[in-house]
Design a protein around this ligand. Structure first.
Ligand code: C2E
Ligand code: C2E
Ligand code: C2E
Length: 89
């Protein structure tokens, strides 16, 4: 096991996501809304997503998972801890 503890979860800050310009956040916002709808999980301030979902999102944004993670951390949508989740890929 890692000395830093278990692999952190990818947790999207939905309130921050809503504040971002649509041209940046649009695809992620639609993806998150789809997951919320599939789960019936509408009331959260955050949304835990699958590691696999970050791979799909990276394809959508035409970036590597690492690059997308850095962008989302820069936007304040992901916690910097998320870097360790993506290292596990
Ligand atoms: P599914 O993938 O067949 O999962 C069925 C149920 O198994 C889910 O119902 C959930 O209760 C549980 N489950 C599956 N994987 C996980 C997991 O990693 N963590 C947790 N906590 N539970 C898990 P639920 O939540 O009602 O989701 C229904 C369906 O919606 C899922 O069926 C899947 O097709 C889709 N879905 C929901 N959330 C996600 C997501 O974050 N990513 C993707 N790709 N699909 C999702
Ligand atoms: P956690 O995973 O650290 O999540 C802390 C809190 O963040 C949750 O408190 C909830 O308010 C919010 N949160 C995180 N991910 C989501 C999400 O995808 N949707 C929504 N609506 N809120 C989210 P909560 O619900 O009281 O859960 C407390 C703890 O219980 C969680 O800590 C986790 O350890 C466990 N837990 C809750 N649901 C699940 C689950 O589906 N799977 C697993 N494995 N643990 C769960
Ligand atoms: P979690 O529920 O704490 O699950 C942590 C990891 O355990 C998941 O990472 C996945 O690798 C595995 N896992 C948990 N439940 C299942 C399951 O039913 N089937 C399979 N095949 N694996 C499972 P992952 O996929 O990266 O998901 C991260 C977090 O995203 C989950 O943490 C949960 O909070 C959320 N999540 C993912 N998929 C679903 C889903 O379908 N429904 C709900 N409600 N939450 C989900």
């Amino acid at each position: 096991p890692s000395p830093l503890g278990p692999t952190p979860k990818l947790v999207i800050d939905l309130e921050r996501l809503q504040q971002l310009p649509k041209d940046k956040a649009g695809p992620l916002a639609r993806y998150a809304a789809t997951i919320q709808s599939q789960r019936g999980d509408y009331n959260g301030k955050v949304l835990s997503i699958r590691q696999e979902d970050l791979r799909s999102l990276a394809v959508i944004y035409d970036k590597s998972p690492t690059e997308l993670t850095e962008e989302l951390i820069g936007w304040g949508v992901l916690d910097p801890e998320a870097r360790r989740a993506v290292e596990a890929f």
